[in-house]
Design a protein around this ligand. Structure first.
Ligand code: PEP
Ligand code: MN
Length: 360
């Protein structure tokens, strides 16, 4: 992994702005649709036009993409608008066709990143290419699979590599289609700090009204770009209809987003930041002390249960605690989702401690 420093430079080398904005439909449907949307996006912040040609659908029987014919449409987009083009590739034939047809950016989809066989096949087919290759996170929140995918491409000597965070599927019902799990993206960003990281708020959201907030969160976390699915008639899109926005809406979103500076060396800013960080450090320390105390009490309860031969898990009591904490959380402007996560984790740790005692 020597050519690290150069990796980030593809954004500059290709003359791409910060943030890089990739727009365009989930799927290429017809030549007219592809060209119409490209025309509507050409004088906006969008510099890369996306359209899925081969569509990985979780369930069979849905629209699976127009296939290779769509590559001609993307070529036309480039000729007529000057936008760079991007599409998903999922096997060596896709790679060959996309490169032959001069697609600029190839991305590996979330359902491909989960499979080392597929990623390796794609990496072998791409060996040494100058094309920009973006690796989406795997559908499931598995850090190692994402890292492994990137490593396979590094090893195949891909010069212009980047990452796309598109959220992770979950069995739990949440407001998102794919929960952001920002921590995983941040960890990958830290491991591969030389690689641009782009956020795909459309697939995280699954619904268009959440796209703005997710995009802002990504920019606040220093992401390098956004990939926003856009369609001239979103409601009638052949795939992902609920999460696509019109080009007009995309322009509004971009206008309202606050692009943060990477950092600011001004003395006043640094001083204020350091003061606040010192406060955070104190609060974190207090949090840890409090958690430690809670676990000590849980252990004492464990000993009591052992003496009296009582089961560790007491559902009624646990539900009372959760209900109370959710209400108290509301008073402190803490979301129910957050409270549930925190207290489930605390509860699990208490159970582990008590189980150890009961089985000692
Ligand atoms: C897409 O970008 O349309 C797509 C299929 O995305 P993902 O692989 O993230 O589901
Ligand atoms: Mn899509």
């Amino acid at each position: 992994m020597e050519n690290k420093k150069e990796m980030r430079q593809w954004l500059d080398n290709f003359g791409l702005d910060h943030p890089l904005v990739i727009g365009g439909p989930c799927s290429a449907e017809t030549e007219e649709q592809v060209l119409k949307i490209a025309d509507q996006l050409k004088d906006t912040d969008v510099t890369v036009y996306r359209a899925g040609i081969w569509k990985p659908r979780t369930r069979p029987g849905m629209f699976e993409g127009v296939g290779a014919i769509g590559l001609n449409w993307l070529k036309k987009v480039k000729q007529e608008t000057g936008l760079l083009t991007a599409t998903e590739v999922a096997n060596k034939d896709h790679v060959k066709l996309a490169i032959e047809n001069d697609v600029d950016i190839l991305w590996i989809g979330a359902r491909s990143t989960v499979s080392p066989f597929i990623v390796q096949e794609i990496a072998d087919a791409l060996k040494g290419t100058d094309k920009i290759i973006l690796v989406k996170n795997p559908v499931n929140p598995d850090l190692a699979l994402w890292l492994g995918g990137v490593e396979r491409l590094y090893t195949a000597d891909i010069k212009n590599l980047g990452l796309i965070h598109r959220g992770f599927s979950t069995y739990e019902k949440t407001k998102y289609r794919n929960i952001p799990e920002w921590q995983i993206a941040i960890e990958v960003k830290n491991r591969f700090s030389d690689l641009p990281m782009i956020c795909d708020p459309s697939h995280i959201a699954g619904r268009r009204d959440l796209i703005f907030d997710i995009s802002q969160a990504a920019l606040d976390l220093n992401f390098d770009g956004l990939m926003i699915e856009s369609h001239w008639d979103p409601d009638n899109a052949w795939s992902d209809a609920k999460q696509q926005v019109t080009p007009t809406r995309l322009v509004e979103i971009m206008k309202d987003l606050k692009v943060r500076k990477k950092t600011n060396e001004e003395e006043a800013y640094r001083h204020a930041l350091n003061t606040l960080r010192a406060q955070i450090d104190v609060v974190d320390q207090t949090l840890l002390d409090t958690l430690g105390k809670r676990m000590n009490v849980a252990q004492e309860i464990g000993s009591l249960k052992l003496k009296n031969n009582v089961a560790v898990l007491q559902n009624k009591r646990w539900n009372e605690i959760l209900g109370k904490m959710i209400l108290e959380g509301q008073d402190r402007d803490l979301s129910e989702e957050f409270i549930l996560r925190v207290f489930k984790a605390i509860h699990q740790e208490s159970i582990n401690k008590q189980e150890k005692i009961l089985n000692s």
